[in-house]
Design a protein around this ligand. Structure first.
Ligand code: BG6
Length: 462
């Protein structure tokens, strides 16, 4: 018996602001990502004429996508997760008419994928939004954002209804708690009350987008996207176990709203006890009842929780601060590698929601050193992915319904946290460096051929 079902989708995932470049081309407006040239934990800057940032060109996917898609097809991809840069479609965010040049670009991209029989999965907002919505409206703290987002979502649903059947609303929606500017367009020092109110508006917008998608493309499926921040108790002390439950709920809460259609009691209690009363209208409550068709998530690492202050030295992960697990190795960036955690997470989400799951990000960021002849022997990446995919196979045997797997960054791209390209995830190497040098030439790493075989054998080569 095959390890993975025949209809399992295999592929990779990228985000517009990390691959496209062309930051000012064809009428695109400035996005929140454009003013964070050093990544989501870097400063917010004012862009001036003549300055430059790595993301401005990124890997030039905007122009080179036909070549890149041909390489994805060569690996056997059946799915590619991309995002639409909202500011290509509505440059300031509040226009009544979309930017045709931006819409036409994604038409070309989806047509190219179709030529290679690769199904697009499209994230509506992946770590960016039009900067105009922050400057002129105060980001998601303002209720008006719900309607601006909905106009954008309806526009792209209408336009691509025959080309895109898999959609996601907000990338890692729980990330706003850790990087509020990237997530909801609020300053980093915003109050908890302001951040949760903005999150509420975004959750309502997400639910309304789900409804619009169901109306406009009845045969499409639309999911949410969670950063799967799996936490373990550092000890079996009951206090640690309960605190771990609470910390897991800090991200599961988003899934609870998006899958169950209402704010859960534990979160209302937590906010109430901190003196935070949110503005949640009856109309909002009705909107939230429209739930997602499937759950997608990213998984890179797990972490630990302790109530012991002395042990509580925080190790900074991507967007979450986690106490290191003494039983796990770490990547060069200090992310702890835990393949079994992926099986745990898949089971946890399946048990909790009983909705199909899609692993839309997983991978190892590492420095690659091309040899004299240009080859790259990235056995560390192969080993990371192989071990994680074996756990996906275990979860399938557990009875978890899994739609597919798109590894993060199948082609090297600009990292989100620090905007580096030296942190590489790809099966395909891109000749570009942190100082901006490089020819942008693409080449196949050893992992390219490994993944090609995994897909060709439907996982049996793992
Ligand atoms: C996820 C994001 O948090 O992690 C991606 O959705 C990001 O956009 C990925 O690139 C890996 O993080 P980083 O910082 O290594 O790029």
């Amino acid at each position: 018996m095959k390890r993975f079902p025949d209809n399992f989708l295999w592929g990779g995932a990228v985000a517009a602001n990390q691959v496209e470049g062309a930051w000012q081309q064809d009428g695109k407006g400035l996005s929140t990502s454009d003013v964070q040239p050093q990544g989501i934990f870097g400063p917010i800057v004012q862009r001036t004429a003549g300055d430059s940032a790595l993301k401005d060109i990124a890997i030039d996917f905007y122009h080179r996508y036909p070549q890149d898609i041909a390489l994805f097809a060569e690996m056997g991809f059946s799915c590619l997760r991309v995002s639409i840069a909202w500011s290509r479609i509505f440059p300031q965010g509040d226009e009544t008419q979309p930017n045709e040049a931006g819409l036409a670009y994604y038409d070309r991209l989806f047509d190219e994928l179709a030529r290679h029989h690769i199904q697009p999965m499209v994230t509506l907002s992946h770590y960016e939004m039009p900067l105009g919505l922050v400057q002129n409206y105060g980001g998601w703290g303002n209720r008006q954002l719900i309607n601006f987002f909905l106009r954008y979502a309806r526009t792209v649903f209408q336009r691509y209804q025959h080309k895109v059947k898999l959609w996601l609303t907000f990338n890692e929606i729980n990330m706003s708690l850790h990087a509020p500017f990237t997530g909801v367009g609020l300053p980093g020092d915003s109050s908890k009350a302001a951040i949760y109110q903005a999150i509420h508006h975004q959750l309502v917008a997400s639910a309304l987008a789900v409804k619009a998608c169901h109306e406009i493309i009845p045969d499409a499926r639309i999911g949410n996207m969670l950063l799967g921040g799996l936490m373990y108790p550092l000890t079996c002390k009951p206090e640690d176990v309960f605190e771990t439950l609470q910390q897991n709920r800090s991200w599961q809460f988003f899934g609870d709203v998006q899958c169950r259609g209402a704010w859960p009691g534990y979160m209302l209690r937590q906010l109430h006890e901190q003196g935070i009363e949110l503005d949640i209208t009856d109309e909002d409550r009705a909107a939230l009842r429209e739930t997602v068709d499937f759950i997608s998530f990213s998984y890179y690492m797990s972490g630990c929780v302790t109530t012991d202050e002395a042990l509580n030295q925080q190790a900074r992960g991507n967007v979450l601060s986690m106490v290191p697990n003494p039983h796990l190795p770490s990547s060069e960036w200090g992310w702890q590698i835990d393949p079994i955690g992926l099986r745990t997470l898949l089971n946890m989400l399946w048990d909790r929601y009983q909705k199909p799951l899609f692993i839309v990000e997983n991978g190892l960021g590492a420095k690659d050193c091309p040899q004299a002849d240009g080859t790259i022997e990235d056995d560390y990446r192969i080993s990371y992915l192989n071990d994680h995919l074996l756990q996906v196979a275990e979860a399938l045997k557990d009875g978890v319904e899994i739609m597919g797997y798109t590894s993060w960054g199948p082609i090297d791209l600009i990292s989100a946290s620090k905007a580096e390209i030296s942190k590489r995830y790809g099966f395909i190497y891109v000749d570009r460096h942190d100082d901006g040098a490089g020819s942008l030439t693409r080449s196949r790493k050893k992992s390219f051929f490994w993944y090609q075989r995994v897909i060709a054998t439907q996982g049996d080569s793992l």
